[in-house]
Write a protein that binds this ligand. Structure first.
Ligand SMILES: NC(=O)c1ccc[n+]([C@@H]2O[C@H](COP(=O)([O-])OP(=O)(O)OC[C@H]3O[C@@H](n4cnc5c(N)ncnc54)[C@H](O)[C@@H]3O)[C@@H](O)[C@H]2O)c1
Length: 430
């Protein structure tokens, strides 16, 4: 079979990660063009994937107007651009691998789903966790009926102190008016999607939610804290959120966000990086004195049409980054922590001398892939691209396949949870 051809739309961190699949599997995927307003990124992509300037476009619109040059696009633009960039490309006939959240409000969400349908286009949403062996194995057990009908689903996401600081306090997702996504949608639309996936299509009926920005605000700034860690802060040496500790002492951690503003320099030196943190780099700011307005913790409660309930708890600023899931069914339960790459399957055992049975399913022994060959998100990133190739080719896709229609319920619950939190109400989903 000839490889599926694709154009990168938004040559940032995410789209380039997905596109790298073409380097490992040239027989499956070939990158033939790019659309991005940043000339340096366009040139890098042309050089890396071996296409010429005639297939370099400044915007998604320009690409759409040029006529169809590939089977599909990999749309890795920012959250609020997914619909504006997506619609003309779907209308131009492209199938699409599209980053999450695929919309920033309900109207946009329905609009994009409708355009995909009327143009008969295949749109896969990058819910990469569905492809991580940990979640895929759990989903298989649930769909095989191993724990009976679900009565309650609990998910947790602990966003570590350094991830919280870089993403949601100092960084790109810290303000609703700039990125247009809430923290729940930017960070946890994956978890909401997993809950909906485990529920096998049973519709969510009502949602409530509570949360706030409790800690990352000026009222919680330590006494004497400055405004920039490496400029005017006498307590920097003792601070858990010091920009020097997070980004200079760990130069590779979150490098694709922190040194973005130095992209125009080839291999910036450590002195140039420090100078940027001292002056204009937003990641050099005190975490208690930023312009962030998104929550730092939020809890969501959902009731489904069949009476099953679910909760998701998101907490930012934790020591360990982790995701956990606990599914309780009429015939057993499944409980595990994603980062451990293993989970427990329990069954009732009413026999005399017994209470329950327990089986540990350890994916570390079986290619759990937390840091392995299939890239980030527990191996989910590149497995998802592999399934996207199957989807575009029309060959069999996996149980994890997350087409736009499959992703609507999770997004809907997220949008409604944010409304419920703001209005202090229970929202009924029609
Ligand atoms: N699936 C996941 O787990 C996951 C993880 C992190 C981020 N994301 C999501 O991925 C998306 C991209 O994030 P990122 O950090 O890679 O972004 P980025 O800022 O690195 O990349 C976005 C790119 O889009 C380009 N762009 C802007 N306007 C454009 C237009 N009109 N046409 C074409 N290109 C345009 C920008 O120049 C930039 O290069 C976001 O929606 C984010 O929420 C998903």
């Amino acid at each position: 079979m000839t490889p599926v051809t694709a154009v990168i739309v938004g040559a940032g961190h995410r789209a380039v990660t997905y596109a790298s699949y073409a380097e490992q599997h040239p027989e499956e995927l070939k990158i033939v063009g790019v659309a991005d307003p940043i000339a340096r990124r366009r040139n890098q992509m042309a050089h890396r994937f071996g296409f010429d300037q005639t297939h370099c476009y400044e915007t998604a619109d320009q690409l759409a107007q040029a006529g169809k040059i590939a089977d599909a696009v990999i749309n890795g633009t920012m959250d609020h651009q997914h619909v504006d960039t997506g619609i003309p490309l779907l209308e131009a006939g492209y199938d699409m691998l599209l980053e999450k959240p695929f919309a920033t409000n309900q109207d946009e969400m329905w609009q994009l789903a409708e355009v995909a349908k009327t143009n008969d286009r295949k749109v896969m949403i990058c819910h990469v966790l569905r492809y991580a062996p940990f979640y895929a194995a759990i989903r298989k057990l649930v769909s095989d009926g191993e724990i009976g009908q679900l009565v309650n689903v609990q998910t947790i996401e602990h966003v570590s102190y350094h991830h919280m600081g870089v993403g949601f306090v100092r960084g790109k997702w810290n303000r609703k008016d700039l990125c247009h996504s809430s923290m729940l949608m930017a960070k946890c639309c994956h978890d909401l999607d997993l809950i909906m996936w485990m529920m096998s299509g049973i519709a969510p009926a009502r949602v409530s939610s509570f949360g706030s920005n409790m800690y990352f605000n000026e009222a919680h700034a330590p006494k004497d804290a400055g405004t920039r860690c490496m400029v005017d802060c006498p307590i920097e040496a003792d601070c858990l959120y010091s920009a020097k500790k997070h980004y200079v002492d760990h130069p590779k951690r979150w490098a694709f966000y922190v040194w973005d503003t130095l992209e125009h320099i080839d291999n910036p030196t450590i002195e140039q990086k420090i100078e940027s943190l001292k002056t204009t780099n937003p990641y050099g700011r005190c975490v208690w004195k930023c312009d962030n307005d998104v929550v730092d913790h939020q809890s969501v409660v959902v009731e489904f049409e069949d009476g099953c309930t679910a909760t998701h708890n998101m907490v930012g600023g934790t020591s360990r980054p982790s995701r956990a899931i606990h599914l309780l069914g009429t015939n057993g339960e499944i409980q595990g922590v994603f980062e451990d790459s293993k989970f427990v399957l329990r069954h009732i055992d009413p026999r005399s001398g017994h209470e329950y049975s327990e089986e540990i399913i350890d994916l570390n022994e079986d290619g759990g892939d937390m840091h392995g060959a299939f890239g980030g998100h527990g191996g989910g990133d590149l497995r998802l691209v592999s399934d996207f190739v199957n989807l575009v080719r029309g060959t069999e896709t996996s149980l994890s396949c997350t087409r736009i229609d499959d992703s609507v319920n999770g997004h809907l619950v997220g949008f409604c949870a944010d409304d419920a939190m703001a209005q202090r109400q229970v929202i009924e989903l029609s």
